[in-house]
Design a binder for this molecule. Structure first.
Ligand code: CTP
Ligand code: MG
Length: 196
């Protein structure tokens, strides 16, 4: 019954969506471990003093976040292959070599969305680190979507087809919760200035 809709099948879809998107979800978790130094906007500001991105978006955080999350994703991809769960050709991230490209593009798109979020926050005159509900938790998803759009039909099969869209909607709640928990931990262990 490939099309049957049950709590179990939705849960399985949700697990698949979460694992597939882990390289996007974790990019901003890695960033604070590497962050610091030259900001991505090179410290530039508009005439009225509002920064473009702010000091919370740095080149080191960007490269560290992308590398850390891509390495995590590639490790996951290899573990799934070695344990026989999925093959290199039929992986969660599509066939080879598209899967490797996606594993790198997921964190790049994620941190692009994170910067888009900061750009909007600065334009709205919100200082770096100030709590901005929804944008703080979901901005990376917007960036991720933009970066995976060229990979049709992979994204359609993974996130939309055969009731997968239900899991994709539920993913928004999982992402919200994961972001909240991860940021409290980051704050607690001292790598983040604010717990959001
Ligand atoms: N970080 C970084 N470079 C990035 C993204 C994040 O250096 N491209 C680091 C910064 O040290 C940042 C921390 O990760 O302070 C947490 O990221 P985030 O919460 O996204 O940044 P904020 O400091 O809250 O800034 P903003 O208000 O722009 O979101
Ligand atoms: Mg923040």
């Amino acid at each position: 019954m490939p099309d049957a809709l049950s709590a179990g099948s939705v849960l399985m879809d949700l697990m698949r969506v979460v694992v597939t998107l882990l390289p996007a979800m974790t990019a901003n978790t890695f960033a604070p471990f590497f962050g610091g130094g030259m900001p991505v906007d090179f410290g530039k500001a508009r005439k009225d003093g509002r920064r473009y991105l702010g000091d919370g978006k740095t080149w080191r955080g960007l490269f560290g976040g992308v590398s850390g999350a891509a390495l995590l994703g590639i490790s996951l991809f290899l573990v799934l292959h070695i344990t026989g769960v999925s093959s290199i050709e039929d992986s969660l991230w599509g066939p080879f070599p598209i899967n490797l490209l996606l594993l790198i593009l997921l964190p790049i798109g994620s941190l692009f969305g994170d910067m888009l979020g900061s750009f909007i926050k600065r334009a709205l005159n919100r200082p770096r680190g100030k709590k901005t509900p929804l944008l703080d938790q979901w901005d990376y998803i917007i960036g991720t979507i933009i970066f995976i759009l060229p990979f049709y039909p992979w994204w359609y099969d993974t996130f939309i087809a055969e009731n997968a869209w239900i899991a994709s909607l539920l993913f928004l709640a999982v992402a919200f919760l994961a972001h909240t928990v991860a940021n409290w931990i980051g704050y607690w262990i001292g790598v983040k200035k604010e717990p959001w």
